[in-house]
Design a protein around this ligand. Structure first.
Ligand SMILES: [Mn+2]
Length: 158
């Protein structure tokens, strides 16, 4: 598909496996570790080949360092867009978390993206649901507001 995507000016970006397990329901999977995920770009280098960088799924993986991976690939222009999500723990013992309570220092991650002049999209991913009439929307709204607040704070630092 890559040659066609290149010809059309389209970029294909892959989400890592979530949950990041080498096999699930009898089916082998591709991107369950940082090492395997990076192989995607190494095997087929192309401007049309990139990452849909899911911070939560990548943090759940047992290997690697999320900040180093984010720094390397945002600097190299390999990331199309980012799923801004937080978790506590790693496979097989982890849980999804609100953006401000997980293991990832989200402010540090956003500082890395600013340093590298990342100009792709950052969007909230799934979040824990709140106890209210619109639990899914409330979780998303909280993540969006948090993102905007941190970005504005970082921008004002100059
Ligand atoms: Mn995701």
């Amino acid at each position: 598909m890559l040659p066609v995507a290149e010809e059309c000016g389209v970029r294909l970006v892959a989400h890592p496996d979530d949950p990041p397990l080498p096999e699930m329901r009898g089916t082998a999977r591709l991107f369950y570790s940082h090492t395997e995920y990076e192989r995607l770009l190494a095997l087929s280098p192309s401007p049309a080949n990139g990452f849909e960088f899911c911070m939560g799924a990548l943090q759940e993986m047992p290997d690697g360092d999320l900040y180093a991976l984010l720094d390397k690939h945002s600097a190299a222009g390999n990331i199309g867009y980012i799923h801004f999500r937080n978790v506590v723990g790693k496979v097989p013992q982890y849980r999804e978390a609100f953006v401000d309570e997980g293991d990832i220092d989200m402010v540090r991650a956003l500082r890395i993206l600013k340093k590298n002049n990342f100009d792709g999209v950052i969007i909230p991913d799934h979040t824990p649901e709140m106890s209210c009439a619109a639990p899914w929307h409330a979780g998303k709204a909280f993540a969006l507001g948090y993102m905007r607040g941190v970005l504005q704070g970082i921008e004002r630092e100059g």
